[in-house]
Design a protein around this ligand. Structure first.
Ligand code: RIB
Length: 311
């Protein structure tokens, strides 16, 4: 079977943003005004970033979401289509602006992000119902929390009804997930901050990730993968046990924006292609490691060829 024929398909239901990015020597403290040295407008949004990552690694990808009727909406949509992503389930709502994210990136690569949802807030359970066909056509369905929670729940329920594998990236996390969500999620993939919020436990290390993942499983989660940035990733499989730590490739970080999204998109595309979990995590880590060496969200996400030639 050719490589093309083995590719599974991924449906990403989620946010589409324009990132307004300022680079500055450090992140401003509350009340502090600082001078930045660069400004750019970049394609972003956790959902769209994950879709681009899945497409660039070679997956067949569809996106469901909503843009506004403004120039940003048209630009974001055209960008996704240029990646070969099926956007038939991306609606345009002319009554609202397209989502934006105000991103500050410090010279050490760390960032802060404030998201103003705009059109992402127009994604409803009714919209999910209108686009059931793209969920039905996918092998793996991925959501985040930048669209309204009732639309995420509707997507997970529909995906489960069609027997799809599901991945939830609980970002941004604001508190524990509703307990009825947990059995609908095959892979719960928080970063360390989100894992701490979901589990109500500190996560600063591998052992903290293990404790949080075990707590989430005690509450009903299935497979849990905690991404730990430069400290790697920790997988606690559904079967339990002590789990596995995957060290991250060592790189010099320029900008960590969308590193988690790169991990999720690549991981989902590998799951859809029936790759073993260990291989899926390893490829996702290698792609994410490249993304942190480059500036911006979608511009930083590598292609399959770039990942392979860096290995
Ligand atoms: O995960 C990074 C993304 O978060 C940015 O692209 C921004 O749009 C926010 O959604």
């Amino acid at each position: 079977m050719s490589k093309e024929m083995k590719q599974g398909s991924v449906l990403i239901m989620g946010s589409i943003n324009t990132d307004l990015v300022a680079r500055s020597p450090h992140l401003p403290r509350p009340g502090e005004t600082i001078s930045g040295h660069e400004f750019s407008q970049i394609s972003g949004g956790k959902g769209a970033n994950q879709a681009v990552a899945a497409a660039r690694i070679g997956g067949r990808v569809a996106m469901a979401g909503c843009v506004g009727g403004d120039a940003n909406g048209a630009l974001r949509l055209a960008g996704l289509e240029a990646e070969g992503i099926d956007c038939s389930a991306v609606e345009t709502d002319p009554s609202v602006p397209t989502g934006v994210a105000i991103v500050t990136v410090a010279d050490d690569g760390q960032n802060t992000i404030v998201v103003v949802p705009g059109s992402n807030g127009q994604v409803t359970p009714e919209m999910v119902k209108r686009h059931e066909a793209v969920i039905k056509a996918a092998d793996v369905v991925v959501c985040q929390l930048e669209t309204p929670w009732d639309s995420v729940y509707a997507t997970l329920v529909t995906a489960r009804r069609f027997g799809k594998l599901t991945v939830l990236n609980p970002a941004p996390a604001t508190g524990p997930l509703p307990p009825e969500w947990l059995p609908l999620i095959d892979y719960l993939v928080p970063n360390e901050v989100e894992a701490a919020i979901l589990a109500g436990l500190p996560v600063e290390s591998q052992s903290g990730a293990r404790r949080a993942a075990k707590e989430l499983q005690r509450e009903g989660a299935r497979n849990v993968i905690v991404t730990l940035g430069s400290q790697g990733a920790y997988l606690l499989p559904e079967a339990g046990g002590e789990g596995t730590h995957y060290p991250a490739p060592k790189v010099s970080a320029v900008d960590t924006t969308a590193a988690g999204d790169t991990f999720i998109g690549v991981f989902a595309a590998q799951l859809a292609s029936r790759q073993p979990i260990e291989a899926a995590i390893s490829l996702a880590q290698r792609a994410a490691a490249i993304s942190v060496t480059r500036a911006g969200a979608q511009p930083s996400i590598p292609t399959r060829q770039e990942v392979d030639s860096a290995s």
